[in-house]
Structure formats: C-alpha cells, structure tokens
Design a binder for this molecule. Structure first.
Ligand code: FES
Ligand code: FES
Length: 163
C-alpha cells in the first residue's frame, strides 16, 4: 500500500504517494525527472547517487523515499542559480575534475556537503572526506584540485573577473 510523503527537493515542495519499498534515487530520477543523480553500484559503495538530505550527505540508493518525510533534499540540479553555476560546478570544469562525468554529480554533492560544514578544509581533509566517492576516469587528483580551487577562492575570483 502506498504512503503519502511530503518533502522538498531543490526548494520545490512535493506530496507524493509512494510504495514503501521504493528508493529515494528512483523517486528522484523516475518520478521527478531529476536524472542528474546517477546510479553506479546500488549498494552504497560508489557515491554516484549522493544527494544531501537536511544538509547531510546521503547515498540515495540506500535510502527509502518514505524515510525522507519532511526532509529538505538537494540534488545536483539544485546547485546552479539560473545560468550561474555553483562554484564547485565551475571548478570541476576549469580544473578538469571529470572525464566521463558519471561520478561527477555525486562528487560535487559530496564536496558541497563538506564545504557547507567546513568551508576551509585542508587538502588532506578533502581527500579523506571524498574517499566514499569513486571515479574510474580521473585518477582523483583533478577532483581534489577542483575542490581546493573553491576552498582557496580561485574560482570565485575567476568568476568575478569575467562578470
Ligand atoms: S549507486 Fe549509490 S552508492 Fe553507488
Ligand atoms: S569522471 Fe568517469 S567515473 Fe569519474
């Protein structure tokens, strides 16, 4: 039997009737059309499906959608403001933080969760935090470089210089 669940996604309020065994990633992608969130391993290991729920990093392949009752959910689609990319998105472009891009939404959402809690982590703290997000393409250095560019204010300065 379906249950009625209310939550917000990227600031939009939803009231949905959901089977209790459906995962959050499936509701986001299939019901709401938010396909930026990717599925990799399906077992909580790769981080591709990372979103934030009430500001905390969550693997949406492991969370039942009904358990998001009342939550504020943010996906990769919620980061840009109009045509203006979030600094992390801009940094991944400028610093080569992705290749195929499958892992990238999860990488960026994980990095956002870190910087929201700690805007000035060390490089070592960033590396430690990002260990739950796997990438088969980049070798990780450029992902960390991209995040550190935001930490060090390089991207924000670059954006200001072009506007
Ligand atoms: S798809 Fe969720 S952690 Fe890999
Ligand atoms: S950019 Fe291809 S898996 Fe990370």
């Amino acid at each position: 039997m379906k249950r009625t669940v209310e939550f917000t996604v990227n600031g939009d309020a939803y009231r949905l009737d959901i089977e209790p065994n459906r995962r959050l990633i499936d509701v986001l992608r299939d019901d709401l059309g938010l396909t930026g969130t990717k599925e990799g391993c399906s077992i909580g290991v790769c981080g591709a499906c990372t979103v934030t729920v009430n500001g905390e990093m969550v693997s949406s392949c492991l969370m039942l959608a009904v358990n998001a009752q009342g939550a504020e959910i943010v996906t990769i689609e919620g980061l840009a403001q109009g045509d203006r990319l979030h600094p992390l998105q801009q940094a991944f472009i400028e610093y080569g933080g992705f290749q195929c891009g499958i892992c990238t939404p999860g990488q960026i959402m994980a990095a956002k969760a870190l910087l929201d809690h700690n805007p000035h982590p060390t490089r070592e703290e960033v590396v430690e935090w990002m260990t739950g997000n796997l990438c088969r393409c980049t070798g990780y250095y450029k992902i960390i470089d991209s995040i550190m560019a935001v930490v060090e204010g390089k991207v924000a300065r670059a954006q200001e210089a072009t506007t």
